[in-house]
Design a binder for this molecule. Structure first.
Ligand code: NAD
Ligand code: DAU
Length: 360
């Protein structure tokens, strides 16, 4: 039975990954989820798996060397799936230091602890050990409109404190592979969307605001392009790399689904209108008048676009969910989980929203 140490499993992608893995492997795997439960970590995301005998939750900081070392000492870990990070670009612009702490120092702590637990006296590692570092396409910087893609060998050119800290963490993983022959992979994925995404990010923020008749704040001219992937397809890619990826390799993950932000916002309004009952009172305010162009994000990357050729060719990965279906599924999920949205947007979220958007 393989044991996975998942970091950041109470966040958006981590929790979707855990659901995906139990859905696929059932009782044949063991998952230990280590999460500090920051504002972005939510135990509610995992309440369906809490009671499983093959699932353990440990509240710990990935920067806490003692706590992480203890987890490796007490468990025979086969695979580390490292999601834990500060993940929101706007927050990194306001408060960069915590991004360096969590994303760079936290990754260094995880790498150190895994190496100390796994490395044999002769400098080799037991068969089957693997550290999978979950990273982002933002490390590659920004592409011109309508031209070019990010490949695995595209030079790093991060612009935001978030992407710089993720680039730093990727570099550390690469250094461990080069220096210690440490068994690792890096995946660089494009923008995810789907259930359990915190409403600081574009899609859930727009869904939540639109339902409440609040303005929909579109940064700049709304023509920045992101390459959207349904989160379950990301979980599938991570599992495939963990199962069959060549060690020491980087894999880009993305579904060739480029969209301008303004198109996303208009699609959300349209799908919300279609999905709400015709006599629902909210139909009255659901229209494009809610769209408000606001001050642009500082250093706003213009376009991201991933070339997923390598993962497709080597591992046969392809996305299963096309955007038209994925966005409808996502909106239905938020309808069915209104209490989830209410819980995460009460309290601290109000203050965040005021601070972040009052000047826009
Ligand atoms: P998220 O912000 O939703 O979740 C992050 C999780 O990490 C939370 O559960 C949080 O509590 C936990 N965490 C934060 N600091 C921690 C610490 N010091 N110790 C332990 N746990 C801590 O993020 P996400 O969107 O799920 O992203 C997960 C990973 O995937 C990140 O590494 C991110 O860079 C990467 N990624 C995200 C996307 C995307 O579109 N969201 C795309 C590509 C890659
Ligand atoms: O590309 C992968 C990255 O995608 C991940 O590494 C990050 O963790 C994740 O947060 C995401 O980063 P983005 O900055 O692309 O995502 P966000 O949802 O914050 O914004 C998407 C686009 O929408 C971006 O061009 C900014 C714009 N935007 C965002 C918000 C929150 C708006 O116009 N208005 C908004 O209110």
């Amino acid at each position: 039975m393989r044991t996975y140490l998942v970091t950041g499993g109470a966040g958006f992608i981590g929790s979707n990954y855990i659901h995906y893995m139990f859905g696929k492997y059932g009782d044949d795997i063991k998952i230990i989820n280590v999460d500090l439960l920051t504002y972005a970590g939510n135990p509610e995301n995992l309440k369906e798996v809490e009671g499983r005998d093959n699932y353990t939750f440990i509240k710990a900081d990935i920067c806490d060397r003692e706590a992480i070392t203890k987890i490796f000492a007490e468990n025979e870990i086969d695979s580390v799936i490292h999601f834990a990070a500060e993940s929101h670009v706007d927050r990194s612009i306001k408060n960069p230091e915590v991004f360096v702490m969590t994303n760079v120092l936290g990754t260094a702590t995880m790498l150190n602890a895994a190496r100390a637990a796994w490395e044999k006296e002769d400098g080799t590692y037991p068969e089957g050990k693997r550290f999978l570092h979950v990273s982002t396409d933002e490390v590659f910087g920004s592409l011109p409109e309508g031209e070019g893609y990010f490949y695995e060998d595209t030079p790093y050119a991060p612009h935001s404190p978030y992407s710089a800290s993720k680039a730093g963490s990727d570099m550390l993983v690469k250094a461990y592979m080069d220096t210690y022959h440490f068994p690792a992979n890096i995946t660089n994925c494009s923008n995810n969307y789907g259930p359990y995404q915190f409403p600081e990010k574009l899609i859930p923020l727009m869904i939540n605001n639109a339902l409440q008749g609040k303005k929909l704040p579109v940064y700049g001219d709304g023509k920045n392009v992101r390459d959207w992937l349904y989160v379950e397809d990301h979980a599938k890619a991570i599992d495939m790399v963990c199962e069959n990826g060549r060690l020491f390799e980087t894999y880009n993950v993305g579904g060739h689904n480029e969209k301008e932000n303004i198109e996303i916002v208009k699609t959300i309004i349209q799908v919300l209108k279609e999905e709400l009952p015709a006599d629902d009172a909210r139909q009255a305010h659901l229209n494009e008048d809610l769209i408000t162009y606001v001050e642009d994000r500082k250093g706003h990357d213009r376009r991201y676009a991933i070339a997923p050729d390598k993962i497709k060719k080597e591992l046969g990965w392809e996305p299963d969910t096309m955007f038209a279906d994925g966005i409808r599924k996502t909106i239905r999920w938020y309808f069915d989980h209104a209490a989830w949205m209410e819980n995460v947007t009460s309290g601290a979220y109000q203050k965040y929203y005021e601070e972040m958007y009052s000047t826009k």
